[in-house]
Ligand binder design. Structure first.
Ligand code: NAD
Length: 493
């Protein structure tokens, strides 16, 4: 899979593409270094800078494999997903280490995500044996009318770096079990992790061409997937700017598409909330994975009655969080995933101050000479944030919490909805009436009561409202809607 005998970069694995059941160097011959965000001088891998030709060969392989793959029973396809799950689980430590070294999340979170990947594979392996249609009474007494499902064909998967195992698996597993073949473009930042995931599929024995991976620039391989006439469906997770372009390109050539994009997720703390639980949920939802989750809590909307008490309790805990290298077991909060993320976060902290928010804590480069070349930022808590500020409107994707005061629950819900996004929203309360009001009035695809904004159950539909999504849903049984087309069958003897 990889070649660590590279003469210029000893011990730095050279990543290949995976096409037609084989590991292949990019035809361009070009690779670029990927760096460890905790120690930016450390090269983690040399990742392919593939070209459109590499992508086209992968699409041809997927096309050549799809007829035979489609003809298998769902249970036969599912059996291979079960094998991939076992392999992924058995390599959890190796994959977790690769993930932490590539994008910085703590090793515990990275291993947890890998275990989640195995669980998703098993869930969809089981889907191969579940019902895919309905019998509908026909008006002709002699006829049988029913629905069945057909795969789309070749599915292009474009995934981000922030969940480099779980997200591609929650796209590829349903695509495969419902009879599609796959061409996957992982984020180049997490190419080593991606190649280890792909190796599990390889070892599981998927027929050649059923699943392929091509790594390269988003503008070349990602855009190429959106444009390629041989790709029948495109599933994308990433930023809203790129997602909208991918969707428009796919739509223009009549391909099916699905987009999951950004968030600006609020947590509301009502006057009757258990404040200790609410503080823990705010910290876990907002700062785990260094705030780099699409479902991360970003706006903390607290009603006036408990504002000061909540703020004091929050600060007491945030100031104690241990920032450091995710491989260190003491670390709670790792670095930003890349220099680009790090600079973006610092820029938002500067903007927050300029716009008049009060930085109560953090938002600074870590003052530790041993970690001087990592992209570490201490977790930031802003007070006196208003809805018009950039830190309340734009997705930061970093360890920044913006405290916003609301008069009462009505105003809090109004503030929560005052965003172009609609992915996740949470309320802490002990009042059933408040909970019901929030569930009914909040514009979010994931509505959480007394639970943090982040946190997703793999068997439940996942996706956003408004600008967060193309309004389709991933995961659980909802995934069948994207990866198949309904066939309505009317049959007479
Ligand atoms: P990104 O949009 O920069 O990249 C996502 C993927 O698209 C990568 O594989 C990238 O290489 C590719 N890409 C880049 N330019 C492209 C182009 N012109 N055409 C086609 N593909 C292109 O996003 P990112 O920085 O990797 O990830 C962070 C973003 O992802 C955040 O906005 C976050 O909210 C979002 N996200 C959303 C969800 C969700 O389910 N809603 C989950 C995780 C992350």
């Amino acid at each position: 899979m990889t070649n660590s005998e590279n003469t210029t970069n000893l011990n730095v694995p050279e990543i290949d593409n995976y096409i037609g059941g084989e590991w292949k160097s990019p035809l361009t011959g070009r690779r670029k270094p990927g760096f460890n965000p905790a120690r930016s001088s450390e090269t983690v891998s040399l990742t392919p800078e593939s070209g459109y030709e590499d992508l086209s060969i992968a699409v041809e392989s997927a096309e050549a494999a799809r007829k035979a793959w489609q003809k298998l029973a769902g249970a036969q396809r599912g059996a291979l997903l079960f094998k991939a799950a076992d392999l992924l689980e058995s390599r959890m430590n190796e994959i977790g280490h690769a993930m932490t070294r590539e994008m910085g999340k703590t090793l515990g979170e990275a291993k947890g995500e890998t275990a989640r990947g195995a669980a998703i594979l098993r869930y969809y392996a089981g889907e191969g044996m579940r019902s895919v249609g309905d019998v509908i009474p026909a008006t002709d007494a002699e006829a049988l009318m029913f629905t069945t499902r057909a795969p789309l064909g070749v599915v292009g998967v474009i995934s981000p770096w922030n969940f480099p195992v779980a997200i591609p698996i929650w796209k590829m597993a349903p695509a495969l079990v419902f009879g599609n073949t796959v061409v996957w473009k992982p984020a180049a930042e997490t190419a080593l992790t991606a190649s280890l995931v792909m190796d599990c599929f390889h070892e599981a024995g998927f027929p050649a061409g059923v699943v392929n991976m091509v790594i390269g620039d988003g503008a070349v391989i990602g855009q190429g997937i959106a444009e390629h006439p041989g790709i029948h469906g495109v599933t994308f997770t990433g930023s809203d700017t790129v997602g909208k372009r991918v969707g428009q390109t796919a739509l223009a050539r009549g391909a099916k598409y699905q987009l999951e994009m950004g968030g600006k997720n609020p947590i509301i703390i009502a006057a009757d909330a258990d404040l200790d639980l609410a503080v823990d949920a705010t910290i876990s939802g907002g700062l785990r994975s260094t705030g780099q989750k699409c479902t991360a809590t970003s706006r903390v909307i607290v009603v006036s009655d408990v504002y000061e008490t909540f703020r004091a309790k929050l600060l007491e805990k945030v100031t104690k969080l241990q920032v450091g290298d995710g491989l260190n077991p003491e670390t709670w909060l790792g670095p930003c995933a890349s220099r680009k993320q790090y600079e973006t976060v610092l820029d938002y902290i500067r903007k927050g101050k300029e716009e008049g928010a009060e930085l109560l804590f953090g938002g600074e480069r870590l003052d530790d000479p041993a970690l001087a070349d990592g992209y570490f930022i201490t977790p930031a808590v802003f007070d006196k944030v208003t809805s018009s500020m950039a830190i309340a409107r734009e997705e930061i994707f970093g360890p920044v919490l913006a405290l916003i005061e609301a008069r009462d629950l009505d105003e809090a819900i109004e503030l929560a909805n005052d965003t172009k996004y609609g992915l996740s929203a949470s309320l802490y309360t002990s009042n059933l009436g408040y909970a019901l009001k929030f569930i009914q009035e909040t514009d979010a695809g994931l509505v959480r009561v007394n639970a943090e904004t982040a946190g997703v159950e793999l068997q439940a539909p996942f996706g956003g409202m408004k600008g967060s999504s193309s309004h389709s849903r991933e995961q659980g049984q909802a995934a069948i809607e994207f990866y198949t087309s309904v066939k309505t069958v009317f049959m007479k003897p």
